[in-house]
Design a protein around this ligand. Sequence first.
Ligand SMILES: *Cc1c(COP(=O)(O)O)cnc(C)c1O
Length: 425
Amino acid sequence: MKIEKSEKLFAQSKQVIPGGVNSPVRAFQAVGRTPLFIKSAAGSHITDVDGNTYIDYVCSWGPGILGHAHPQVIEAVQRACADGLTFGAPTEKEYILAEMIREAMPSMDKVRLVNSGTEATMSAIRTARGYTGRDDIIKFKGNYHGHSDGLLVKAGSAALTTSVPDSGGVPAAYTQNTLVALYNNEDSVRELMEKYGDQVAAIIVEPVAANMGVVLPKPGFLQFLREITQEYGSVLIFDEVITGFRLGFGGAQEMFGIKPDMTTLGKIIGGGMPLAAYGGKREIMDKVSPTGPVYQAGTLSGNPIATTAGIETLKILKAHPEYYTQIAQSAEKIAAAFRDWADKKHKKLQVNQIGSLLCAFHTDMPVVDYDSATSSDTKAYAEYFWYMLEKGIYTAPAQYEAMFVSAAHTKQDIEETCKIILERQ
Ligand SMILES: *Cc1c(COP(=O)(O)O)cnc(C)c1O
């Protein structure tokens, strides 16, 4: 595999862009070599600047549920571009997309469109605080909700009740209202609620955790969160930036039959363009400016090109419910191949899979939370990653990310992938 052009571009980019990348995971630091610079992509395949082509299981970290450059999406976007790129005034497309989201997720009476998942979660939390008049929030260790100050926390060493910034540049004061509980651990939540429940504006959770690898909620865990938030009058926020329109057209809330008070969306709903959303119950969302006192705005929010890509993507998904069965079956096959390989070669491997999301953790401990996830041998992951890449398969360049299967992955793509997994020594 020749990657001279990527190497040259990486060296040049590092001179003008921190780390050479515009989002840290792209730098391949976790696998310790030069990242591939991508030239183009179509369907299930991605091509780098040196002309190497790979079967892609990153899928832009989630948006690419239809694969790359779906002709119907591209054509609609091209047509929309000719009418102007942005107006800073309302358009019919914003209404259409909001209506489509509301139809898919009936827990969302009203929806506000923003530009990134980070903005969606930040705004949802501000709204929950404005609605409840409370300051504290609870998040879960290992759940990721974007990079706003108050959410970049790790649990303090003494107890779960103190949190410290997990990033430079975040004043300690900005995270003191963020309480950290343990994913899949009801006691850790109950303990915090018993102590601080009447100050807790919201509990925010990834209903299926997909940013510490893929970790499924234990049976009853989401229902427990629904009940305890109701008991204390706190807002339950499902961060469905990854799971929305991926685990099914109605997201994780439909799959698990839980109605959160608020939901955040991103990734798929922009169809590859920068677009995200937050929404929820009418009485909560009516607190948002200009109807209410909670300020939130955006020059490019609801951008006509991004909404076009989102609408077309959702239209296709809605017209093809069979895609969800297909991508889940594909992911099951890949998961089975990983397990077979581990059995035959006596390797430590735990494979978590749900719908089209999966992750093979290099550990012998069942992965149910942050601590078990981080028991993974990340060096073993890096070896796996480079093996796959050499064989023409592009997977996440870090252990704690999901493998995304798209509707564009053909039967042959999946068979080829399984064969390569099984052939590994
Ligand atoms: C990706 C992600 C975000 C952040 O979205 P950006 O668009 O990258 O800001 C938030 N929450 C979850 C669950 C995500 O996976």
